[in-house]
Design a protein around this ligand. Sequence first.
Ligand code: 5GP
Length: 216
Amino acid sequence: MKLDERGILIVISGPSGVGKGTVRQALFNMKGHNLTYSVSMTTRKMRPGEVDGKDYYFVTKEEFEQRIKEDKFLEHAEFVGNYYGTPLDKVNEQLDNGQEVVLEIEVNGALQVKKKVPDCVMIFIVPPSKQALYDRLMKRGTESEDVIKQRVEKANREFKVAPKYDYIVVNDDVNNAADRIMAIIRAEHARTSRSIDKYYELIGETDENSEENIGN
Ligand code: 5GP
């Protein structure tokens, strides 16, 4: 039995090429979870195999800028020449329904979310070594050399932001990384600040009464 009923907003970041997408898939393949993925909006070109509305909502720069004006994003950022943003509409509704909402976003957007939703859980995924990351970026073969170079530079800057996150998870093995994230989510549900109101309800005490006899 969980004492808190609201879902948790989980923010996953990590340098380009670290395998965030694969870890997320492994997480969603685990049994008995109540996770929903927040599909982001982007102005970048669709990669082969990607599906509009599933991987991203692919829009034009003009459409994206219009949405910024209308305040329709929880956060948004520019990444290697393109816009990326989290549509605001569904996130709150899903959290109220008790679903965990997973955002997979870059660091600037993640820091905006932390300001707006301080009780979100920030997880930074890192590679077992920097070389492993560079190898992955090269092998992906979906970007030009110039874009790869920009992503490597960006990754080097992103590494420095890890201390601002609540948790650091090493992606040495996809299933292990997903397991660790699930353990974090379970532990976060038991956090006193999330459960305390329901706890008092459960034991029929008020906040003040419960603290009265402490130490006696
Ligand atoms: P990619 O082009 O490789 O799909 O994504 C590039 C970067 O943008 C990744 O670090 C990814 O996590 C991040 N990203 C994806 N969606 C969003 C979003 O909605 N907001 C922000 N701030 N970053 C995002």
